[in-house]
Design a protein around this ligand. Structure first.
Ligand code: GLV
Ligand code: MN
Ligand code: MN
Length: 422
């Protein structure tokens, strides 16, 4: 077949939607969402399905030591570094059907469309699923892309444990055993470029009735783990004066942090999303509380200043208890190269898709790929900006439009002589 309408013309909206719905069955929740934690059995089953779809199309699967999964459409010049497209297949515990999954299925559709067009790209194009983007089972997230791009070392993440005491190393071993038939890739090979399609997780595109978001960059983020250590005692007998109640101290710390992070313009994003009390028994004064802090802002100086205030605020509000603060992640804001942004905008224009540039307040693996190759992101609208929620919703038309843009951007990068890193 010739390429009369470009590769985008070969995107099949029905097939894309059917695959999205089929993928959402792995870890499906009664409320219509998805619970598919990183390196879980549900994710292993979802990955096996994706590998099977890829093999049907003729893609070549492989996996690296961090369980990043690749499906390769070979290029005419096999020695050139590949263009990577994709996202992640893990979800939050009460996640939606599209965060991550959309970027994976859109990339699969883009590759199938390129194949159907009869064009062989110069460089290989590979669908990639990065390991543990969400960071809810093992914190921090974006682990697979971090080790791929050299931000973290594999040996530094294998000891991190989930709530049940299972380590990243153990979970990785199970996933790699389940996928032992797949050829092994080196960890961190050279990539020519990376493009990630994703739902917006905000309302800008919906409000302006635009289909494609050309992502300018990602806001800064710092995460912390706070441990408040008190002493367990009898709820009926220990006096207020004698208690070292870890919950009372943790509440005071949380209140003080909330107050310090308040800003009139509502640009600071401050979240305590995980809070655990031990022993969590009605008649025992809590001896220990562990909670998380997720702090984000678009401005590098503000992320630094606010994050640096956290230890002192915790210390001042700790009351009779001890407090330990560990910083898990510190990522400054980033800006994607103008060359990739322009390519996405030009492509959207050519495909007659209403588009605009916009920043990403949410984090993505693209943040780390940005360090090692020219990287960009394509957003599609998501209903009312609802995300990290089982009610996440998108339309089949927008999903197909994003895949059409992705297919064109991918082939154009794969065919270009030089990819401008600026
Ligand atoms: C990604 O899921 C994030 O938390 O930004
Ligand atoms: Mn995501
Ligand atoms: Mn997410």
């Amino acid at each position: 077949m010739t390429d009369a309408g470009g590769v985008a013309a070969h995107v099949d909206a029905g097939r894309l939607w059917r695959r999205l719905m089929a993928l959402a069955l792995f870890g499906a929740t009664p409320k219509g969402g998805v619970s598919r934690l990183a390196l879980s059995q549900e994710e292993a089953a979802a990955r096996a399905q994706i590998v099977q779809w890829g093999e049907t199309i003729g893609l070549e699967p492989s996996v690296d030591a961090a369980s990043n999964l690749f499906l390769r459409l070979p290029g005419a010049e096999p020695d050139l570094p590949p263009v990577l497209i994709g996202s992640h297949s893990d979800s939050q515990p009460t996640g939606g059907k599209y965060d991550g999954a959309y970027g994976v299925i859109a990339a699969l559709e883009a590759l199938e469309a390129i194949k159907a067009s009869g064009r062989q790209p110069r460089r290989a194009i590979e669908l990639v699923l990065w390991m543990n983007e969400e960071g809810s089972r093992f914190a921090p997230g974006m682990m697979g892309s971090a080790v791929f791009s050299g931000v973290r070392r594999l040996e530094d993440i294998v000891g991190i444990k989930d709530k049940a005491g299972v380590s990243v190393g153990e979970a990785l071993a199970s996933m790699l055993a389940a996928e032992q038939k797949l050829p092994r890739r080196p960890l961190g090979f050279k990539a020519a470029a990376f493009v990630e399609a994703h739902i917006e997780q905000g309302v800008t595109l919906q409000n302006e009735q635009r289909t494609i978001g050309v992502v300018t960059g990602i806001q800064g983020k710092r995460t912390f783990r706070v441990e408040v250590e008190g002493e367990e005692s009898h709820a009926g007998t220990s006096s207020r004066a004698d208690r070292r109640d870890a919950l009372v101290s943790a509440i005071a710390i949380a209140r003080a942090l909330q107050d310090a992070m308040w800003d009139a313009e509502d640009a600071v994003r401050f979240t305590i999303g995980m809070f655990s009390v031990a022993p969590n028994a009605p008649s025992v004064v809590p001896g220990r509380v562990v909670f998380s802090i997720d702090l984000r802002h678009g401005d590098a100086e503000t992320v630094k200043r606010l994050g640096d205030m956290i230890p002192e605020i915790c210390g001042n509000a700790r009351g009779a208890c001890e407090v330990k603060i560990r910083e898990l992640l510190y990522d400054a804001p980033i800006e994607f190269p103008a060359s990739i942004r322009k390519l996405i905008s030009k492509t959207a224009l050519r495909l007659n898709l209403p588009h605009r540039e916009l920043p990403s307040p949410a984090g993505h693996d693209s943040r780390y790929l940005h360090r090692v190759c020219p990287t960009g992101m394509i957003f599609i609208p998501c209903k009312d900006g609802v995300s990290h929620n089982e009610a996440e919703e998108i339309t089949p038309g927008d999903a197909a439009a994003g895949a059409r843009a992705l297919a064109e951007v991918a082939i154009s990068l794969a065919d270009s002589e030089v990819i401008d890193p600026r």
